[in-house]
Design a protein around this ligand. Structure first.
Ligand code: ADE
Length: 241
């Protein structure tokens, strides 16, 4: 899968993604991250790409020309017009199901803003999806873009090895992950739950499911209610809650 990131800070994107699992996939040629520097499309000798907002107010606004030109350079390089995601706190909240949808694309453009945002006309011209990674404001879209790229990448076939992908299924059932333990059996007076040492897979699965339910009810009551609606049979029979 090819990610084309339009940004004023291409090194941030490259440095952030060239390590760990995404870095391995980039080296293996399964992922390609093309960080496009919007400043390269400036129309002046100072390489300026922002200006004061019409109507007044604090901060600077990114001009539409360089943003659209950067996008059009991608379109002409790859010979098609891919989806363009603009990272913004004004967008739809990013979820696992949006990640699954984006992972089906062969090419994806991600547009990162800085300062007080991007001239609306550039957005109207090129953006297909507005995505927020949560209800807080970052200094720019780059970290948000990396969050999206990381979570989409791990859904691309071949990015995770078998043991990694088996381990990471949990969120897709709508519950939070159960707790994990490794050696030693006893740490600072606290023991690994007996059931995990039993070798009884049925009991282990049941215990883990129970812990997932407990955690979800405690930390994400919204997801818990959703899960109860989706799995009424599980709650009708033996459960008290
Ligand atoms: N840019 C600044 N804040 C953001 C957020 N919360 N999500 C996506 N992009 C952003």
């Amino acid at each position: 899968m090819n990610f084309h990131v339009l940004t004023l800070f291409p090194d941030m994107i490259r440095d952030g993604l060239n390590t760990s699992i995404t870095g391995r996939a980039i080296k293996a040629g399964i992922l390609n991250v093309n960080a496009v520097d919007i400043r390269d499309f400036s129309d002046n000798k100072y390489m300026k790409v922002d200006d004061y907002p019409y109507g007044g107010g604090a901060g600077m606004v990114m001009q539409p020309g360089p943003v659209c030109d950067a996008y059009e350079s991608v379109v002409s390089n790859i010979g098609k017009a891919p989806r363009v995601v603009y990272m913004t706190p004004q967008g739809h909240r990013f979820t696992q199901s949006i990640a699954e949808e984006l992972a089906k694309e062969e090419d994806l453009v991600i547009l990162c803003g800085h300062y007080e945002g991007i001239d609306e006309r550039a957005l109207e011209n090129i953006v297909t999806d507005y995505i927020s990674i949560g209800d807080y404001v970052l200094t720019g879209g780059e970290l948000a873009a990396m969050v999206v790229i990381d979570s989409v990448s791990r859904l691309v076939p071949g990015v995770l090895n078998n043991s990694e992908s088996a381990r990471m299924e949990s969120f897709s059932d709508g519950l939070l992950e159960y707790p994990q333990y490794t050696r030693p059996v006893e740490f600072r007076g606290s023991k690994v739950p007996e059931v995990l040492l039993s070798g009884h897979h049925g009991n282990i699965d049941a215990w883990r499911h129970e812990k997932s339910l407990e955690r979800t009810a405690k930390y994400r009551p919204d997801l818990y209610e959703e899960y109860k609606k989706e799995h009424p049979e599980e709650f009708e029979k033996n459960r008290k809650n």
